[in-house]
Design a protein around this ligand. Structure first.
Ligand code: IPM
Ligand code: MG
Length: 357
């Protein structure tokens, strides 16, 4: 069965990092029997440029008809003055919502070779392997009412933090299932000392946890979790949290691993159809210079193989190729240190393809 993959490069460094990940997919197709068909679509600012819409109807239809989606990044300063619904970020949020991709997996894994690139001491991060499960289609990102309006003679801005039980329940199941395949420890992160929304979150996670007696469930307020992530990150196995807390904590977790340029993600629906993207943004300041790190996107391909195509062997091939390239000393500028070999974005992609064999 041919796997249909929608390729959505997006903006900024999106096209160049996606190009390298596509090289990896093409090499798996040519030399390792991976049966795939790729179709490209426009999203974000690129979507606005071609169709006046950050999620053109054609792109949404392509994404719906595909088994998996590979996305680069969206956003750029030239779009910041557009009306809010036309901005690139809205395209990303809409595709997540339209495809019901509520379960966002953001692994933070430290490659031993990059221990020096982390801003923390090597002993604090050595062996780090955390999985953050971020809820992706609810919370203050989507809650209504929202807006900016005039009240009592001045403007007020407002958003609504909101979770339904069913939304919490389904993402909690995703997190418990993942914990079962790992070290069986799950930490639910919220702000239940202040927010009713978090109070409900915590209650529902505890309820769901009754079906997973083997998993050790703990609870942490988000401010403490932020501190613990930089103080003693190895205490965590799996973290489950809401959309906004997960957005913030996953950026913090990424730097533990040396560079945000290393972190892939998967966003899954109920049937493990998924969208795969690096967690970093479009980095317009370095776009078009062939210096971005494509590894987060290449590792997103590995997640696609593992979670949507159930092809552990191919996923492992990609993971091993990345490890080999790092062990060989190849480094893009963001992870460069003395004595390593500095490579470009395309140079890194070529090295991974060569390491695939
Ligand atoms: C992310 C990004 C997005 C988010 C932005 C670009 C809308 O920061 O994927 O983490 O906030 O979810
Ligand atoms: Mg983010």
């Amino acid at each position: 069965m041919t796997h249909k993959i929608a390729v959505l490069p997006g903006d900024g460094i999106g096209p160049e990092i996606v190009r390298e990940a596509v090289k990896v997919l093409e090499a798996l197709k040519a030399n390792h029997g991976l049966d795939i068909a790729l179709t490209e679509g426009a999203i974000g600012g690129a979507g606005y440029d071609v169709a006046g819409d950050p999620l053109p109807a054609e792109t949404l239809a392509l994404a719906k008809a595909s088994d998996a989606i590979l996305l680069g990044a969206v956003g750029g300063p030239q779009y910041d003055t557009l009306d809010r619904p036309l901005r690139p970020e809205r395209g990303l949020l809409r595709i997540r919502k339209e495809l019901n991709l509520f379960g966002n997996l953001r692994p933070a894994l430290l490659y031993p070779e990059l221990a020096d690139a982390s801003s923390l001491k090597p002993e604090v991060v050595a062996g780090l392997d955390i999985m953050i499960v971020r809820e992706l289609t609810g919370d203050i990102y989507f809650g209504e009412p929202r807006g900016i309006e005039v009240r009592s003679g001045e403007r007020v801005g407002f958003n609504t933090m909101l979770y339904s039980e069913s939304e919490v329940r389904r993402v909690a199941h995703v997190a418990f299932d993942i914990a079962m395949k790992r070290d069986k420890r799950l930490c639910s992160v919220e702000k239940a000392n202040v927010l009713e929304c978090s109070e409900l979150w915590k209650e529902v996670v505890i309820e769901v946890g009754k079906a997973y007696p083997e998993v050790e469930l703990s609870h942490m307020y988000v401010d403490n979790a932020a501190m613990q992530l930089v103080r003693a990150p190895k205490q965590f196995d799996v973290i489950v949290t809401g959309n906004i807390f997960g957005d913030i904590l996953s950026d913090a977790a990424s730097m533990l691993t040396g560079s945000i340029g290393m972190l892939p993600s998967a966003s899954l629906d109920q049937n493990n159809k998924g969208m795969y993207e690096p967690i970093h943004g479009s980095a317009p300041d370095i776009a078009g210079r062939d210096i971005a790190n494509p590894l987060a996107t290449i590792l997103s391909v590995s997640m696609m193989l593992r979670y949507t195509f159930n092809n552990e062997a191919a996923a492992q091939l990609v993971d091993d190729a990345v490890s080999k390239v790092l062990a060989d000393g190849c480094r893009t500028v963001d992870i460069y240190s003395e004595g390593a070999t500095k490579v470009s974005c395309s140079g890194m992609g070529d090295a991974v393809v060569a390491a695939l064999g």
